[in-house]
Design a protein around this ligand. Structure first.
Ligand SMILES: Cc1ncc(COP(=O)(O)O)c(C=O)c1O
Length: 428
């Protein structure tokens, strides 16, 4: 099937596996069954309507962070509270769009809360609101997201009670908290700690303001084994850890267990995508290189994050002898490397390589530097068929399209004499 797909569509392309995604969704739901919870898939991870539809069949909602993501979720059938709007540095227009679509809005800053107040203009148009928490010195920070104190996200904990009071003045009746301080973690602890921190603040909010926090959003961040030696994240252990914390908290406080939300992206689709690419050049310099027909513009993670790894394999070549090579694209950037010091068989022009685990934050983080355009996306359906779900970008149709526009500009100021007799030049 893969060989046929390569022959039919040509490389490079991202290929996603419907059955794999579907199985992971079912596993996610089964693991948290019994808890009141919902997964809002992080649309930024794989913003393709064909994928979003698969997730919707499993009852997932969508986590959106921009207007295009909101619109994409709507196209996939999401309505009102199916969408969590977790944006940051939010503009008035985007906030209005989220409120207008009745999304669950997650407020990232007091300035955005005031924008909401302006927008509502005295009407009590928002019933439910979430506040994104920045915990300052949280132990759960990891290398990818850094220290929360240095992060631009969320309302610092010392302003949370003030934010809740303000939200209540705006007519909000149902409140939730959100926090995400770790990314791609393979241990349960950082996510369980996120819940601990949110529960502590839910308690504090109740004591200070009387407001009951009804839901807690733990964000994304559940990791996947990118390296063959990595172990898989133990979702069942996470479910047990969260359940026991929630039960104990509710028991000691004699209150209801808050609803739980996730915004996982990587865990849901990451392992079910592969970037298929072909060798363009086998090059010998101070190091050995395999140049391929995809670039970092189709998969940015290895260039962007130190230590980010994607496994690379060569299907169909079984010569048994491995060579140590760097697998590189064609961008005029030296970090345009999919992998360094990889052991691969002898490769020649035209050979196919698979870059694994590209189903989340892969194509979607793509860009067009050097005019290297984003590749197509294909979906391997559960019945074995392969469907084009996004065409490749094209030079005229896409890349040059923003160069066609009606003339526009500002005329130069009139040249003349200034009072001191000097000649006016165009002024800044
Ligand atoms: C606010 C927010 N939620 C969810 C996610 C999804 O994270 P992941 O794909 O690692 O689960 C991200 C990732 O950038 C995020 O910024």
């Amino acid at each position: 099937m893969l060989r046929e797909t390569v022959e039919h569509f040509g490389t490079p392309f991202h290929l996603y596996d419907e059955q794999g995604i579907s199985d992971t969704c079912a596993h996610f739901n089964e693991t948290f069954a019994g808890l009141s919870f919902r997964e809002y898939f992080a649309v930024k991870a794989l913003p393709n309507p064909a994928i979003l539809e698969i997730l919707q069949n499993h009852g997932f909602g969508y986590d959106c962070s921009s207007l295009p993501e909101l619109d994409l979720a709507r196209r996939a059938g999401a309505r009102a509270h199916d969408v969590f709007f977790t944006s940051n540095n939010t503009s008035r227009d985007e906030l209005a769009a989220a409120v207008g679509r009745s999304a669950l809005v997650n407020i990232d800053d007091m300035a955005v809360l005031e924008k909401l107040a302006e927008l509502l203009g005295g009407s009590h148009g928002v019933d439910t609101l979430s506040l994104r928490v920045n915990p300052g010195d949280a132990k759960s920070a990891n290398a990818f997201l850094g220290s929360p104190r240095d992060a631009k996200f969320g309302i610092p904990t010392h302003r949370l009670a003030e934010a809740v009071t303000r939200a209540r003045e705006l007519g909000v009746r149902h409140m939730g908290l959100h926090m995400m301080v770790a990314s791609n973690v393979l241990d349960v602890a950082p996510i369980a700690q996120t819940l601990d921190i949110l529960l502590a603040h839910a308690g504090m909010i109740h004591e200070r303001t009387g407001v009951v926090v009804e839901f807690l959003n733990l964000g994304g961040g559940i990791g996947i084994p990118y390296r063959p030696t990595d172990r898989a994240f133990d979702l069942a252990a996470l479910s047990r850890a969260l359940r026991s914390r929630l039960t104990e908290w509710a028991r000691t406080r004699r209150t209801e267990i808050p609803r739980l939300c996730f915004e996982s992206g990587r865990y849901i689709t990451g392992p079910h995508g592969v970037l298929v690419t072909s060798v363009v050049n086998r090059m010998s310099k101070w190091r050995e290189y395999v140049g391929v027909d995809a670039s970092m513009s189709s998969l940015m993670r290895p260039g962007l994050y130190t230590g980010a790894y994607h496994h690379i394999t060569a299907p169909w070549i079984e010569d048994g002898i491995s060579h140590t090579v760097d697998v590189v694209g064609s961008l005029c950037e030296n970090n345009d490397k999919f992998g360094t010091d990889r052991e691969l068989p002898a490769l020649a022009e035209g050979d196919t390589l698979l870059i694994h685990d590209t189903g989340a934050h892969g194509h979607s983080m793509g860009f067009t530097y050097n005019g290297r355009l984003r590749p197509k996306e294909l979906l391997l359906r559960s019945d074995g068929s392969v469907q084009l779900i996004r065409r490749a970008e094209e030079q005229e149709r896409d890349h040059f399209s923003t160069l066609a526009f009606p003339p526009d500009g500002i005329p130069a100021p009139p040249r003349g004499l200034r009072p001191d007799g000097a000649l006016h030049e165009a002024t800044v």
